[in-house]
Design a protein around this ligand. Structure first.
Ligand code: ZN
Length: 289
C-alpha cells in the first residue's frame, strides 16, 4: 500500500474532534473558550495543558508540547504516524485512500471492514436517536448515566420500531455486511431491526473499534429479555471480549496496581470508571472462566 492520500488525512482530522479525543485520555475542564488539564506529557500539579476547539490543536505552556489530534494520539499512545492515523480513521469511520490508486474500493474491501463501518454508522444513528428521545434520556438520567456520562460512553437509543434501521442500512450497505453486523436480521417476511426500544451501549475491541452493542430494555413492563447483546458473528465474540477492555491501555490504576476490576455489567463498569476506577471491565453475559 502506498502513502495515505492528503485528503484522507484531512478527513480523519475532521472526523475526530480534538476535544473528544483528548478527553477520552485526559479529562478536560472547560475554562473560557479553551479546555484545560494537567499535562499528560510532563509532571505537574496545576494545569498548563490546553486544547483549543477552534484551532483543533493542543498546547502545553509547561513543556511546549503542541500539535493536532493526530500528533496527540502519536505522542500519547507512542504510535507512528500511520498507526495513529489508522486508529483515528477507525474511530471516525473514515475509509483511508492511498496515493497512486485509491486503495481498496468500497466493493473490494472485506466484509469485516465494511461491517466495522456499519457499526460506526449505527452508533451515530443510536446517539442521534437518544438526543431526540426524552424517555430514553430520562431513563439514563435517573440512573446517573445521562448528559456527559452518556456522551463519554457513547450511549444511544434504538427506537421501538421494526424497520427504521434496516431500511436505512439497506440503502448503504450490502446484504452480507448488514448480516455480519447482527444489527438487522432477515426472516421470511423480510428485514427487521434487532435492537428495539432499548438503550444501547457500544462494545469495543481492545483497539477501540465497535464490534457489537449491548442493549437494555427501556420499558420495565415489556416481556422481552432485559439485557441483550449483539449475536455472535463475524465481529462479535462475547467470550473473547470484555466491556471496557478498550480503556485498559490508558488505565492509571492498572498501571499502578497491575489489576483489573471485574464488574457484573456495563452500567457497573461505567459507574466504576466515573468514580475513578479506570481499570473496571465486565464480561458480556457469559459465566466467568
Ligand atoms: Zn506539558
Amino acid at each position: 500500500m502506498g502513502r495515505v492520500a492528503r485528503e484522507s488525512i484531512e478527513e480523519v482530522r475532521r472526523a475526530n474532534d480534538i476535544v473528544d479525543v483528548v478527553n477520552a485520555y485526559v479529562p478536560l475542564q472547560k475554562r473560557g473558550s479553551q479546555f484545560w488539564a494537567n499535562c499528560p506529557f510532563h509532571d505537574e500539579k496545576t494545569p498548563s495543558f490546553t486544547v483549543s476547539p477552534q484551532r483543533q490543536t493542543f498546547k502545553c505552556f509547561g513543556c511546549g508540547a503542541y500539535g493536532n489530534v493526530i500528533d496527540f494520539v502519536m505522542e500519547y499512545e507512542k504510535l507512528d504516524f500511520r498507526e495513529a492515523l489508522e486508529k483515528l480513521a477507525d474511530r471516525g469511520g473514515v475509509a483511508l485512500a492511498f496515493e497512486g490508486g485509491r486503495g481498496p474500493s468500497r466493493e473490494e474491501r472485506s466484509t469485516r471492514a465494511k461491517a466495522l463501518d456499519m457499526m460506526e454508522w449505527a452508533q451515530r444513528g443510536f446517539t442521534a436517536n437518544l438526543a431526540r428521545n426524552d424517555d430514553a434520556r430520562a431513563y439514563l438520567e435517573a440512573r446517573g448515566l445521562g448528559g456527559e456520562v452518556a456522551e463519554r460512553w457513547g450511549l444511544g437509543y434504538a427506537p421501538d420500531e421494526f424497520h427504521r434501521q434496516s431500511d436505512a442500512a439497506r440503502k448503504q450497505f450490502d446484504e452480507e455486511t448488514i448480516l455480519a453486523t447482527g444489527l438487522c436480521k432477515k426472516n421470511e417476511r423480510g428485514w427487521y431491526d434487532f435492537f428495539r426500544g432499548r438503550v444501547t451501549f457500544p462494545i469495543r475491541d481492545p483497539r477501540g473499534r465497535i464490534v457489537g452493542f449491548g442493549a437494555r430494555l427501556l420499558d420495565p413492563e415489556a416481556k422481552a429479555q432485559k439485557y441483550v447483546n449483539s449475536a455472535e458473528g463475524l465481529l462479535f465474540h462475547k467470550s473473547k471480549l470484555l466491556y471496557g477492555v478498550d480503556k485498559l491501555a490508558q488505565s492509571q490504576r492498572l498501571k499502578e496496581t497491575g489489576r483489573v476490576l471485574l464488574m457484573e455489567g456495563y452500567t457497573d463498569v461505567i459507574a466504576a470508571h466515573e468514580a475513578g476506577f479506570d481499570n473496571a471491565v465486565a464480561p458480556l453475559g457469559t459465566a466467568l472462566t
